[in-house]
Design a protein around this ligand. Structure first.
Ligand SMILES: [Zn+2]
Length: 276
């Protein structure tokens, strides 16, 4: 091979090597924390791929995505946009190591909610950013996101959070089925009246006695959120939203339980709609 060709190939070889990271050698706080609490161990990381992708959007803002996926089966895909919501990231990784399938995409933002001084979950009116995020996700959906919120509610003056099943937000319908765990809920988005899939999820959540928040899609009040953007793209969107808890909390792990329930419902719906 000519030296010029080797020199041309060198940068791409280097990029590929840099992109595939070793979890065990990572000095990232979240990865170290997951080893400390047993979410990751030297055995289960053998079937995980870990990589980082940098992206610069049309406003010249830099974004860092980290992706962990099962080497056996990369589906389903979860997106956790907020870097201060630790259980959300843990939930995705725990699902993958437990079921030997799946991918979690997480934004790295110095352990903070805000990236580039903005909420990434309200930045989906930037087409380049939205296209980048959706490029990680299944073309035909479903879009599954993982979030954590602050305990209690400001409205009820018993906590810090803005999201509570006991205090509905504008343009939402809430179905409170577990008022004690007011911060834990399944959020989906759609029209009024709801489409078939939303109705089916509503029925499932009622039967499973899980809190439900249904966002009514509005072009007038388009808030640049991922949920609205997913719906605008005709993609089914579900967010598993639970309270921020530490691993010592008895209810830490509830998010994984809810995720597993919703996914088993989703699998049954998809199987029933297969062509026969
Ligand atoms: Zn969040």
């Amino acid at each position: 091979m000519k030296l010029s060709i080797i020199l041309l190939l060198l940068p791409s070889l280097f990029i590929n090597k840099a992109a595939a990271l070793n979890l065990e050698d990572s000095d990232n706080v979240d990865i170290k924390r997951m080893f400390a609490i047993g979410v990751l161990d030297s055995e289960n990381i053998k079937s995980l791929n870990y990589r980082i992708e940098e992206f610069r959007d049309s406003q010249n803002l830099q974004w860092t995505f980290r992706i962990i996926n099962s080497t056996e089966d990369p589906t389903p895909v979860f997106f956790a946009p907020h870097n201060d919501e630790k259980e959300a990231f843990d939930t995705g990784v725990k699902f993958i190591t437990k079921h030997h399938r799946g991918t979690i995409v997480n934004l790295l933002c110095n352990n903070k909610r805000y990236c580039n001084n903005l909420d990434p979950n309200r930045y989906f009116c930037n087409v380049s950013f939205a296209n980048k995020v959706f490029s990680f996700l299944p073309t035909f959906g479903p879009i599954i996101t993982l979030h954590n919120n602050e305990k209690g509610s400001v409205q009820g003056k018993n906590g810090l959070g803005n999201i509570s099943i006991n205090f509905p937000l504008p343009r939402t319908k809430t179905y409170a089925r577990n008022t004690e765990n007011e911060d834990d809920m399944v959020i989906h988005v759609g029209e009024n009246p709801p489409e078939l899939m939303s109705l089916q999820l509503h029925q499932f959540l009622a039967q499973a006695q899980l809190n439900e928040l249904y966002e009514l899609y509005s072009t007038k009040y388009f808030e640049c959120s991922m949920s609205y953007e997913a719906h605008r793209r005709n993609l089914f969107y579900v967010n598993i939203e639970t309270q921020k808890r530490s691993p010592e909390d008895a209810n830490y792990g509830l998010q994984l339980d809810i995720l597993e329930k919703v996914l088993s419902w989703m699998n049954s719906v998809l199987q029933n709609s297969q062509l026969k």
